[in-house]
Design a protein around this ligand. Sequence first.
Ligand code: SAH
Length: 202
Amino acid sequence: MRVRMVERQLRSRGIDDERVLQAMGEIPRERFVAESERARAYDDRALPIGDGQTISQPWIVASMAALLELTGPERTLEVGTGSGYAAAVLSRLCSHVVTIERHEPLARAAQRTLGELGIRNVEIRTGDGSAGVRDRAPFDAIVVTAAAEAGPPPALLRQLAPGAPLVCPIERRRHERLVRIRDGIEETIAPVRFVPLVEGGS
Ligand code: SAH
């Protein structure tokens, strides 16, 4: 099912980064969803993971990972750990991943899953990721897996190393699109649907 997902949902739809395709072909997506959803783990869509949140559609995970243009030595920040699936994929593409999730139970479940899979280069934090993770900055790449209103949180822009990309879904005037920002220049990638980024508070 994983091979078929890579070929039919990713490669044939334009994902051509071989390292991303290989990582997507290796990480067992079924381990990141509830038992009751396992049969649907490789479906071409997002799935519920509890607490009203979702694990993104495989194509979205692969697209966002490819947009970061990781080559191996990078330190990457992910905002919105969710199930930990995207973090697991990123763990294969760079040297260290810091991922932050505001829902403690999701962070704990993700920690357990990554541990069971023997993935050791992912550090999970609990808290408001819109403030970034200051004590680990700067990052060579940042990816946000929840939609920010109007623009990316300024703290994240400040935690980017020079020339590093930030990939983030942004909602403006009820239109949500995936953007990549690098050196202050914003590129629009595609229309998307994400759960909202909840900034501040708990
Ligand atoms: N990357 C995830 C999918 C995440 S869904 C995966 O692979 O499964 C988006 C996640 O962002 C949700 O779990 C939500 O709780 C979290 N989130 C929303 N706002 C946040 C914030 N300000 N800081 C950290 N996490 C946040």
